[in-house]
Design a protein around this ligand. Structure first.
Ligand code: DC
Length: 222
């Protein structure tokens, strides 16, 4: 089964790159970050505390989760917009650091690959933990300021005000940068499946690369 693993920090361009690579190769695509976001959404919706590991683990095991190309359904409810919202952004790294949540999601990701007969998966631990034997491993990264700007544009926040003291209502590029830095820190220092470069991964810094250059480099490797 052919697996292409695309890992990297938030805002490194994984989603658009992984989708394009999957398209070009006629393969299925899975956004594993959307799965951790969906669990976080379900925990918050149930009134749970994302820091309560037992509660989150039970939610992760129980939910009916459907991650489709453009939509995410949690227990039959379309949560596509909510999983990208602020409350999920704030809590997702905490939920994703929970080892029991991770083992459940990793099992579901492996099952997805079995069902599809392979695929392109994007995440943080795909090449290191989920599919250490993946045919191709890519680690995408970019300068933090560039990542923040891309993410802010994607979320329509690039022109929002940046109050000088930050604060909970801050929404501009600076706030996005702070949120990315906070999540990267938690994601790369957790004990289970931390964000890390797999030994055989091709590290691609996309700061000064065009989208097409990045895609071509990955296809060449494939
Ligand atoms: O890629 P993203 O920003 O949508 O991911 C959301 C969160 O999920 C991120 O903070 C890290 C976590 N995540 C993870 O721990 N493992 C993955 N394979 C994918 C995402």
């Amino acid at each position: 089964m052919r697996v292409i693993a695309i890992d990297g920090p938030a805002g490194s361009g994984k989603t658009s790159v992984a989708r394009a690579v999957a398209d070009r190769l006629g393969m299925e695509y899975l956004d594993t970050g959307a799965m951790y976001r969906a669990v976080t959404f379900a925990v918050l919706r149930a009134g749970g505390d994302p820091a309560d590991n037992r509660f989150s683990a039970n939610v992760a095991r129980a939910i009916d989760l459907r991650v489709e190309q453009d939509r995410v359904f949690v227990d039959g409810v379309d949560a596509t917009v909510e999983i990208r919202g602020r409350s999920v952004n704030r809590a997702v790294s905490l939920v994703a650091a929970n080892p029991d949540v991770r083992s459940e999601m990793v099992a579901r990701q492996r099952e997805w690959v079995r069902r599809c007969g392979g695929g392109v998966l994007e995440g943080r631990d795909i090449g290191t933990v989920v599919f250490p034997d993946a045919a191709v491993k890519v680690y995408l990264t970019a300068d933090p300021a560039v990542r923040a700007l891309r993410r802010a544009r994607q979320d329509g926040l690039a022109d929002a005000p940046n109050p000088p003291d930050g604060g909970p209502e801050a929404a501009g590029v600076d706030a996005v940068a702070a949120d990315l830095a906070r999540r990267d820190m938690i994601d790369s220092t957790r004990r289970t499946g931390p964000l890390a470069v797999a030994p055989e991964a091709l590290v691609l810094d996309t700061t000064d690369k065009t989208f097409d250059e990045t895609i071509e480099q990955i296809l060449e490797l494939v």
